[in-house]
Design a protein around this ligand. Structure first.
Ligand code: FAD
Ligand code: NA7
Length: 539
């Protein structure tokens, strides 16, 4: 039964990843709204439905890469190692969907092509590729921030006789064993697929554009006693996580590297290297690696020293040594640099000698050198954060399009709302927190559900942020980002990975604790930063 008169549904939720699933649960199971979900995937899982490439793994530790809201689910949680593999996460998401009976609200294999706000009815018209259009009062989008694949265009690609795959749309049943495999890209995904492919491929050629700082992941087995202790301690763990900066389950360091002695730096970095974890290395060792050039150089030099020691061929070691700041998303991997000591692995430095074209048999570099390949894997990442939003035909008040609103770069209020888009709520929209994501997703979905609940109770017909509130939020995000070194490195965090994409601030970088305080203040102050219409718009 729909509470909104004249609408097919009270709410449409797009996406069946961590975000969408929790939104359906909150709105349907807890608030009794009539909800329809859509996902272009064939089932639940989001990221973990799409990214089935060999080696796909979360680099957030198992005990905090999950929902915190359901105590029963937390106690049922199963993991054997410090990090969860893609099949384990997908299994977990399926369990959540069963436990909360979420699947019945979804239409899978259905892409939402567009959504248009109708001022006359005060409803969203949601248009799908199955030809269906439905109406709803609320539109909640969990489209994913690392979900719209980036497939660079290369000359001659259609002539290649082998197979081309993108890690973010990985089909079932691919066998890499005994094949000549090429991998383009050495980000988080590249590192994982490279380390998993090297031992099974006949030959692996890595096409590296930028050398990366990669620390060990430290994916050790977890004994039952450790897991039992984590489960017994969940209230404290989540309390710490939700009041921290990056929400990864460790205490961030309060010690600056800038003033630490060289011996102290060496000791702390070495301990972190042995412990493992990318975010831990950047945020758990010292507090100023992402903000101070001196501290950043110290961390970078430590990793460069490791590369020199690990990689036997000095020419290869040189190619693997980053030249820029240590200020992209921190990476970690399983014996990553060691891969390049293998006889069946070749490193092609495509910054020095760029890819000229695909040929029928492989990839030819500008120098003329040709690499013969059976399979090419694009580990080239995503049109991150706003990618899926600008791909859709999203139109708000007066027909204003999201593409137009964000043409100079994505904006957004609190990472969840946008001016002229009434009753429109984004999960992990632009300018949301830069963290381990499930706790931020929960934070946002809970705020969205509370806002909708307040609207329903008070008979509010529509909400949207004021221009002033939105602009102030974007300004705050810019100011915080400018205090860090991240904008100085070219990565998806600022939209610098997509040719032609405007470099823009995409995250609130002051941490999840501050973020939670900021959005709770908006609620507690009675949503004064939102325009709240009590009457239906003109009929
Ligand atoms: P997603 O899981 O991306 O789900 C979005 C869903 O929306 C997709 O299923 C998609 O099909 C659907 N969709 C999008 N547009 C449409 C449309 N127009 N119509 C219909 N359906 C649509 N985060 C961490 O915190 N820690 C990690 O260790 C980590 N590892 C990662 C590893 C990989 C390989 C990748 C790609 C991401 C990783 N992430 C990690 C980020 C990860 O995306 C988030 O943790 C989380 O899964 C995001 O959930 P979500 O529901 O917001 O989006
Ligand atoms: P990333 O981090 O964006 O990495 C993509 C990689 O692909 C990176 O090494 C790029 O080099 C490389 N790339 C992109 N385009 C090209 C072209 N045209 N030629 C050569 N190389 C190219 O994506 P990931 O999937 O690894 O990770 C994204 C997030 O998903 C990650 O942070 C996790 O949270 C999960 P570049 O460095 O730009 O020179």
């Amino acid at each position: 039964i729909t509470k909104t008169s004249g609408a097919d549904y009270d709410a449409v939720v797009i996406g069946a990843g961590f975000g969408g699933l929790y939104a359906v649960h909150k709105l349907r199971n807890e608030q009794g709204l009539n909800v329809r979900g859509y996902d272009s995937a064939s089932d639940v899982g989001g990221t973990w439905w799409w990214n089935r490439y060999p080696g796909a793994l979360s680099d957030t530790e198992s005990y905090v890469y999950r929902y915190s809201f359901d105590k029963e689910l937390l106690q049922k949680g199963r993991w054997k190692t410090r990090y969860l593999t893609q099949p384990e996460i997908l299994e977990y998401m399926n369990e959540v969907a069963d436990h909360l009976d979420l699947r019945r609200s979804y239409k899978f294999d259905t892409k939402v092509d567009g959504a248009h706000y109708n001022e006359k009815t005060g409803l969203w018209n949601v248009i799908t590729d199955s030809g269906e259009t439905v109406t709803a009062k609320y539109l909640v989008t969990g489209l994913g921030l690392l979900s719209a694949t980036n497939v660079p265009k290369f000359k001659g690609i259609d002539d290649f006789k082998g197979r081309i795959l993108h890690t973010g749309a990985w089909p079932e049943g691919v066998d890499l064993s005994n094949k000549r495999v090429g991998i383009i890209g050495t980000g988080s995904t590249g590192v994982q697929v490279i380390t998993a492919t090297a031992p099974i491929a006949k030959h692996l050629t890595v096409f590296q554009r930028s050398a990366q700082y990669v620390v060990p992941i430290g994916n050790t087995p977890q004994d039952d006693a450790t897991i039992a202790e984590q489960k017994a301690n969940y209230d404290n763990i989540w309390n710490q996580v939700k009041n921290s900066v990056v929400a990864f389950g460790f205490e961030e360091s309060a010690e600056p590297a800038e003033t630490a002695s060289p011996e102290e730096r060496e000791r702390v970095f070495e301990a972190a290297w042995q412990r493992g974890g990318g975010f831990y290395f950047m945020f758990g060792t010292f507090c100023d690696i992402a903000t101070s050039q001196v501290a950043n150089d110290a961390a970078a030099d430590f990793i460069k020293g490791k590369i020199k020691k690990i990689v036997k061929d000095p020419k290869v070691a040189e190619k693997l040594t980053p030249k820029d700041l240590y200020a992209k998303r921190p990476l970690c991997g399983n014996n990553y640099y060691e891969v390049y000591n293998r006889d069946n692995v070749t490193l092609a430095d495509v910054k020095a000698d760029p890819i000229a074209e695909f040929t029928p048999n492989g990839i030819r570099l500008e120098s003329g050198e040709e690499h013969e390949l059976d399979i090419v894997i694009f580990a080239t990442g995503f049109d991150a954060v706003d990618g899926n939003y600008v791909k859709m035909d999203l139109r708000g008040r007066g027909g204003v399009t999201m593409r137009d609103t964000w043409k100079e770069g994505p904006l957004g209020y609190l990472g969840m709302m946008e001016v002229d888009f009434p009753n429109f709520f984004m999960i992990l929209g632009p300018n949301g927190p830069f963290t381990n994501l499930p706790p931020s997703i929960e934070t946002q979905v809970e705020w969205i559900a509370d806002t909708i609940c307040a609207m329903e109770k008070e008979g509010v017909q529509s909400v949207e942020p004021t221009v002033e509130a939105r602009d102030a939020w974007v300004r705050t995000c810019r100011e915080i980002a400018d205090m860090t070194l991240f904008p100085k490195a070219e990565s998806w965090i600022f939209g610098a990975n997509i040719p032609g994409k405007k470099n823009a601030v995409m995250f609130y970088m002051a941490g999840i604790g501050n973020y939670r305080n900021a959005i709770n203040a908006v609620k507690e102050e009675g949503y004064t930063s939102l325009i709240r219409n009590r009457t239906a718009e003109k009929v």
